[in-house]
Design a binder for this molecule. Structure first.
Ligand code: C5P
Ligand code: MG
Length: 221
């Protein structure tokens, strides 16, 4: 039996944001928030939400999450989806201003999610059907270089060569199938993220404009 989703995708727009570690997901999402008034679950991205939960006193998932992040593996979807669902409900209850938030509507960029097929299917089914996957692609060389630069100041325990290699492996194994799955549904917009922040932003903004005007929305059948 299928559960009905928490949010109606006719009112609530969900854009998944994927790309290898270091692809620029967080940076680009922050800029898209300014243009389009999204709630970025990445001002708390999925990774940041998990890190916040990890640090919450009394969290039952703390050490599990910590191990996954260090090992570059995927946190079980029940945990991640619950955190995202809660964060979305909180954002909807805030009565945000702006066009995208009137009359029960909302718009969300979910950064670094879904990283694995089970999360993708479950979120679409139980939280909100997504409209498009904004996919930032570039080479592993570019990703590695960016992550090592970021690692000098990020304080993230996964921005080191050993964790990075594991994250690349997890990405290929678990996340590429998600991108292939949505590609087969015509729901992936690939943006080359090798360029400057501004160049990538121009490409990403066009994808968002298209998504908000219904280019990727599926017919009911
Ligand atoms: O997206 P970000 O690179 O910040 O994610 C960091 C780590 O958080 C990932 O390597 C993974 O261990 C965990 N994560 C996850 N499931 C997600 C997003 C992140 O397990 N959907
Ligand atoms: Mg990030």
């Amino acid at each position: 039996m299928s559960e009905s989703p928490t949010f109606d995708h006719g009112k609530v727009t969900v854009i998944y944001v994927l790309g290898g570690p270091g692809a620029g997901k967080g940076t680009q999402c922050a800029n898209l928030v300014k243009d389009f008034g999204f709630c970025h679950l990445s001002a708390l991205p999925a990774g940041d939400l998990l890190r916040a939960e990890q640090n919450r006193e009394g969290s039952q998932f703390g050490s599990l999450i910590q191990t996954c992040i260090k090992e570059g593996t995927i946190v079980p979807m029940e945990v991640t989806i619950k955190l995202l669902d809660n964060a979305m409900q909180a954002a909807m209850a805030e009565n945000r201003l702006g066009d995208g938030w009137q009359d029960g509507r909302g718009r969300f960029l979910i950064d670094g999610f879904p990283r694995k097929m089970d999360q993708a299917v479950k979120f679409d089914e139980t939280v909100c059907l997504s409209s498009v996957v904004l996919y930032f692609s570039t080479t592993e060389e570019v990703l590695l270089e960016r992550l090592l630069v970021r690692g000098k100041t990020s304080g993230r325990e996964d921005d080191n060569v050993e964790s990075i290699k594991k994250r690349f492996r997890t990405y290929k194994l678990d996340t590429m199938p998600v991108i292939e799955y949505y590609t087969s549904q015509g729901k992936v917009a690939e943006v080359d993220s090798t360029g400057t922040v501004e160049e990538v932003h121009a490409l990403a903004a066009q994808v968002v404009r298209d998504a908000l005007t219904g280019k990727y929305s599926q017919s009911p059948n």
